[in-house]
Design a protein around this ligand. Structure first.
Ligand code: ADP
Ligand code: MG
Length: 396
């Protein structure tokens, strides 16, 4: 899966059509809530600017459904990008047509132009070849850094690649180096920590990685279903009753293999419905009406010890209801455990998991925090992403 990157081509004087994932949110005062994805795209943009390219940036926001939605325009994104990169970023209210063509024609090497929200056009999500061709006519080369959108076969993610040579940006390269690597052949021994809310999402990851995994740690909402499968009374906790059989299957599989350990929570943080009574208890002593909302200290300690010999650790899904304090403690502790691991490659995938790592303040000590939620999930499940497939392979 070695893809050609911006390092392999000369972009001097060329028009580069750069697809990024800037699907970010703003608060009521117009302040950007999390600019992680913008910051992660800067190395590619700098590389292109220094190489003398005219950089035409294409991005989407939200789900406008093929029509103009005023609140989802890209202009505020251009302003924020400009402040990050300390260069002018011009923005226009179109993606194709005479106005877009004129704006591109005016560009000088090193200039940056951000097109309008590409999902304002119905041709984007439909991957309409005509629309893709119009987009492609703006550039000479197609560079993709939109890992977070790579699981979508949309015109600006895939279609443009039918008309222009398609190569990876530096962020895309990093995502493939880390997420792509652990999804196929991470260094052994490897551990997977799974949390989050939905068992179904995570089953695919386990199915793909189980043959190369020595340790599976289960936390978060999904652990409740596993505990129930063990016959434990989890009180009023969220349980997916239709997934208990799947949990059984994974427990059987782990039990049948000497080299695979399934680490389940032994103590948990629980709360009553009103959120007034919060306690840490053994999983065998959950009073009726209480809900499991985080891992307990002993379980975190067990995970820490079990991870020590690992060479690769993949984490997807918060191990507790981390949006609400104090139930963020377990996820913050896990983030720190990963940050402190010596000699291991640590990869975090998933939007909420990345947020938990950021909250813990250790993102710079994790080998790679993916910018893709859905995309990293699919890649970890072993699914080929159309936005990656379209990129040119590097000649062997
Ligand atoms: P990611 O976005 O990182 O892939 P998921 O979407 O799978 O993660 O899951 C994140 C959600 O799971 C969070 O909103 C979190 O609050 C929720 N969650 C985790 N543990 C629990 C729990 N014990 N009870 C309820 N919700 C939980
Ligand atoms: Mg999520």
């Amino acid at each position: 899966m070695d893809k050609m990157t911006v390092r392999d081509v000369d972009v001097n004087g060329k028009r580069v059509f750069l697809r990024v994932d800037y699907n970010v949110q703003f608060d009521e005062d117009g302040q950007i809530l999390d600019d992680f994805r913008l910051r992660e795209s800067l190395p590619t943009i700098r590389h292109l600017v220094e190489g003398g390219a005219k950089v035409i940036i294409c991005a989407h926001r939200g789900r406008p459904g093929g029509k103009v939605v005023e609140e989802l325009r890209n202009a505020p994104v251009a302003a924020h990008l400009s402040s990050l990169i300390e260069r002018e970023v011009k923005s226009i209210r179109e993606c194709v047509g005479p106005a877009a063509e004129a704006a591109v024609a005016e560009m000088q090497p090193g200039d940056l132009l951000l097109l309008e929200n590409v999902r304002f056009y119905p041709g984007e999500e439909a991957n309409d070849p005509q629309f893709a061709k119009q987009l492609a006519s703006l550039g000479d080369v197609f560079v993709s850094d939109a890992f977070g959108t790579a699981h979508r076969a949309h015109a600006s993610v895939v279609g443009v690649g039918y008309y222009l040579p398609a190569i990876a940006g530096l962020l895309m390269e990093r995502e493939l180096q880390y997420v792509g690597r652990v999804a196929t052949d991470g260094e052994q021994p490897m551990a997977v920590i799974l949390g989050g809310a939905k068992v179904a999402d995570k089953l695919g990851i386990l199915k793909n990685l189980v043959d190369r995994t020595s340790l599976i740690c289960v936390g978060g909402g999904i652990a409740n279903t596993f505990l129930r499968a063990q016959g434990i009374d989890v009180g009023a906790s969220l349980v997916e009753t239709d997934r208990i059989d799947d949990a059984h299957e994974i427990m059987r599989l782990a039990a049948s293999r000497d080299n695979l350990r399934l680490l389940m929570p032994t103590d948990v943080v629980i709360s009553d419905a009103a959120g007034e009574r919060i306690n840490t208890v053994s999983v065998n002593r959950i009073p009726p009406g209480f809900r499991i909302l985080d891992l307990g200290r002993q379980t975190i300690e067990d995970i820490r010890e079990a991870l020590a010999p690992m060479k690769t650790v993949v984490w997807n899904g918060p191990v507790g209801f981390f949006e609400r304090e104090p139930f963020d403690r377990g996820s913050i502790a896990i983030a720190k455990v990963l940050a402190d691991l010596v000699g291991a490659t640590t990869v975090v995938g998933g939007g909420e998991t990345a947020a938990a790592v950021a909250k813990a303040g250790v993102a710079d000590r994790i080998s790679h925090v993916s910018t893709g939620g859905g995309a990293s999930l699919e890649m970890l499940q072993g699914v080929a992403l159309p936005g990656v497939e379209i990129l040119r392979d590097r000649a062997a």
